[in-house]
Design a binder for this molecule. Structure first.
Ligand code: F7E
Length: 335
């Protein structure tokens, strides 16, 4: 009998890579999605749309969870969430429902109906307090936006269920993970989409970014999918940080992408007057719009994935440059 896994949010970026990993490893893979009508384009792109069983689950009403969990899974990977910080600032109440209420509903269902099922909860580096040191699992926590507040609550809830009810529950503290399946709500997807347009269309106007000096610890989501899968196969359940261990600015990401596309990016000005031009053509590539700044954009944080490396034998395999190459290849082949 194959192992049965359920991925909530299977049609998202990380859910899709995880589904592919589990399908290839021989699992029977199920997933929840908000709508069965929209085409799961990421699953189709990865060639596994026909190999997973989808179940509809609303983002606000979780009564269907009892029916879904009655199918008895060995593993549940809970990835469904409102994952954009910018959206959480506009819709905090919806974000609480999607991220806190939904996680609690799943934990409660596991406890009541399927206590042997192993449960992974996707958390975020946003809950870790910035420090000059690389951040591991025991690092102090705090939150500076609604998304982080909800993820901190969801992590605490999962820990309470693990400790109070003896459940196998893992929180994954995921630093930024990007890929060719990233959409333009996130800065990497936005940069690649717009730079590819500029490369394909010499009359395309410059685009706008916010705080390009913000720093993040970027990885490829496919690397995280392998780690997430392994985290439910360890002897004991505990939390894991997944990260590359290297800090880069948004500007670094932009510069590498622009160079890979044949531009020669050159930045001038400061703050919101920063502009990047292509030195070869003199063309303006990007300007800054304060509208895309966050009320609080924390200092860069770098992750320490030592526990995942030693317990799960996990290592990221895709470099920063390869991540960007894959994103560009995907967009250039589409256009
Ligand atoms: O912002 C800056 C922005 O929205 C990255 C999610 O997966 O990782 C992700 O959250 C940085 C921020 O991702 C624009 O101010 C500049 O400093 O791509 P982002 P995020 O907020 O880091 C964490 C770990 C998660 O858990 C989340 O789910 O880029 N930035 N200019 C911009 N950001 C956006 N979106 N758009 C801009 O134009």
């Amino acid at each position: 009998m194959p192992q049965k896994a359920l991925i909530t949010g299977i049609t998202g970026q990380t859910g899709s890579f995880l589904a592919k990993h589990l399908v290839r490893a021989g699992y029977e893979v199920h997933g929840t999605t908000r709508s069965l009508e929209t085409t799961p384009w990421r699953l189709a792109h990865l060639g596994i749309a026909g190999e997973v069983q989808l179940h509809q689950l609303s983002a606000t009403d979780f009564r269907e969870i009892d029916d879904i969990i009655a199918r008895k899974f060995d593993y549940i990977f809970h990835l469904a969430a409102e994952s954009s910080v910018a959206t959480s600032l506009k819709e905090p109440t919806k974000t609480v429902t999607a991220n806190v209420t939904q996680t609690t509903a799943w934990l409660e269902a596991v406890k009541n109906a399927s206590p042997d099922c192993r449960f992974f909860n996707a958390v975020t580096s946003e809950v870790l307090t910035a420090s000059n040191r690389p951040l591991g699992e025991g690092a102090p926590c705090s939150a500076s936006n609604p998304y982080a507040v909800t993820k901190l609550a969801s992590m605490n809830m999962a820990q309470v269920f693990r400790e109070s009810f003896d459940l196998y529950v893992v929180n994954g503290l995921l630093f930024n993970h990007e890929s060719e399946l990233r959409d333009a709500r996130f800065v990497t997807g936005k940069i690649i989409l717009n730079l590819c347009n500029l490369a394909n269309d010499t009359s395309a106007p410059a685009f706008q970014l916010g705080n390009v000096l913000a720093e993040r610890d970027f990885s490829h989501a496919e690397d995280f999918a392998r780690g997430i899968a392994s985290s439910l196969n360890h002897e004991t359940s505990q939390d894991y940080v997944f990260a590359s261990g290297t800090l880069r600015s948004v500007k670094d990401f932009f510069d590498v992408a622009a160079s890979q596309l044949g531009f020669d990016p050159n930045w001038t000005g400061e703050g919101t007057d920063m502009v990047c031009r292509d030195l070869k053509s003199g063309r303006e590539l990007v300007t800054i719009n304060p509208e895309f700044y966050r009320p609080i954009d924390e200092k860069g944080k770098v992750g320490n994935p030592a526990r995942a490396q030693s317990h799960l034998d996990w290592q990221p395999q895709i470099t920063f440059a390869q991540l960007i190459e894959r994103m560009i290849a995907f967009h250039m082949n589409k256009t």
